[in-house]
Design a protein around this ligand. Sequence first.
Ligand SMILES: O=C(O)CCC(=O)C(=O)O
Ligand SMILES: [Fe+2]
Length: 639
Amino acid sequence: MVAAKVEGYQRIASEEEEEIAILKVGNPDMEGWDAAMARGCFVVDQVEGLAGALERLTSVAFSVVTRTAAAANQALVTVRDDLSVELSSEAVWRAATNGRWGKKEACRRDGRAVISRLGATLGSGSLFAPEGWGGLEIPRYSSNSVPQVRARLNGDFGSAMAGVPLAPSEFESLDDFVRTGCERARAKTIGVEGLVGGASGAPLRVSDHSSCEASEGARCFDITGTRISSLEQAERIARDRRAAKGYPFDGGWDDAAAPDLWFVPSGLHFVWPTVAPGHETLTVIGDDPSILAEVTTLSMQPAVFRIRGFLDAKEAKETVDRNRPRIKPSEVGLVGRAGDKTRTSSNAWDTSSPGARALINRAFRLLKVDPDRKLEDGLQVLHYENEQWYKPHVDYFTAKNGGAAADESAFSNANPTERNGTNRFATVFLYLSDAPSGGETVFPLSTTHLEYDGGRLTAENTVNTPGFIRNEDAEWVCDESSRALRVKPRVAEAVLFYSQRGDGSLDAYSLHGSCPIHEGEKWAANLWVWNRPRDAIDKIKSAAKAQFSVVFHNDHPDAAISLHWDDASTFTKMGDIQPGAHLSMNTFPGHAFVATPVDDPKLTLGRWTMRHGKTQIRISTYSPSKTERRPASPPKVFQ
Ligand SMILES: O=C(O)CCC(=O)C(=O)O
Ligand SMILES: [Fe+2]
């Protein structure tokens, strides 16, 4: 239902020769509505732009309803004596998104949800004013000033307010521009609640290792993910307001439209700005600049995007064919627990085939992260059939989701906001087949997607237990009558979602899983990218896998012996073993142990190199062949 009707449309030229359409809206079905006529001003540069403006105007109607009941916000809304209301386009966006103004469910981050709500509100004849409106500080951009961009901080997804005006022409160098933009955007954004996509999102923070110095790696991007490489480029973007077409403020930012630039402090990776659900961007993902992928926002929190044009059907088929013979039941977690009921599908790793390498490199291009083999896990191809599923989980590692069998120290640096912290950063998830029924990728914690209508999806505290969800909630979000965000597999499409936010913090909202496949099969693939080299975790992972236990028995009738671990540079005594006694310990393949008399550690009675399967070692008799005196260690040579 469209609750508002456009009553008039007029084209005028503004002082700056921009075409402005003035549209009047009203709702004829509602008593008293005539009086509450709204006038919204939009820059409409093409007729098709008008369609978007009209759509937004239906939200204006909503805004009018709420705003006439609430105090007017002078900066954005003027309520006239005759009760007509003038709204800036930003007010419309605010009304549609309700980013920071209202806490009520009636207002969602997208126009459509608001419109359907509006229907409901009008239907019941009640007016509704969200709490907490007004009192906003609104940056003003003067139409007379030099061209400006709006500096926003990486990961500030939801806010329309935290940006700061910045004129590229006022800077001497790109480095200065980047430093200033980054610092100001930080000052405006850090610690402020509700900027990352939802009122409940934790504020962004300064990561331990990040700085705004361009020389250390701080940089900025425009809304299409293009890295800004010169002041001229930034200036051009500032001049060309229409470069930001599609952005909710394309209708003007007060007097002057200001396109966004996104500032990424050093040590952090660019995260795609979500802008609004349904927002589309085209971006280059390969060497050929004319080949573009389409990035469409599906959810603000977590940040989820649909990617079209990432691969083609032929590549999808080749990837399936290449991996079909290699597929085996999936493991879960860092060390792997085969047979885990939370994941019943099968998978295969495809890390070095040319086909896999091409896809992996493209994922880096999509993410705007420099390709680095240490930042990726390889392509993991998945196969589901016969009701197989993957219960919702997070892709990043926590001490609880895979560390149980591994050394706890594996996670001492799994916090990417800390120096050297590394974890999974983003998932590019490829659909290699359609799924006839079921098999959707579900994001149970999103309430910021277009289909969402305010209903309950999961227990309230689910986001506080990263990676964990009640079974009944997991079932409910896959139920078609729930309004959870479910992405239907379509061959050669992909989704991108982030496990980390723009400040490197792990995002518990990224909870996701695969709904059971009811019919046919589903082929898909994970491409995981880490924020920093993953070797440290790799080492612990392979070590944890390789670990086994060994028992040394002293079968010698009367002599106690000492057992030492010889790791080539140090000789560490593990313990004494009395006659007839034994010593057991955990070890790894390749470790070497040496037995000596207790009173003569230089005399080797036996030496053993560990390998799997060799778990019982008997030290029986003094063996002359094995007895030797170890030479003093050779002097170390440093080069
Ligand atoms: O199959 C899907 O849709 C999701 C799979 C997934 O989340 C994973 O493999 O980590
Ligand atoms: Fe996953």
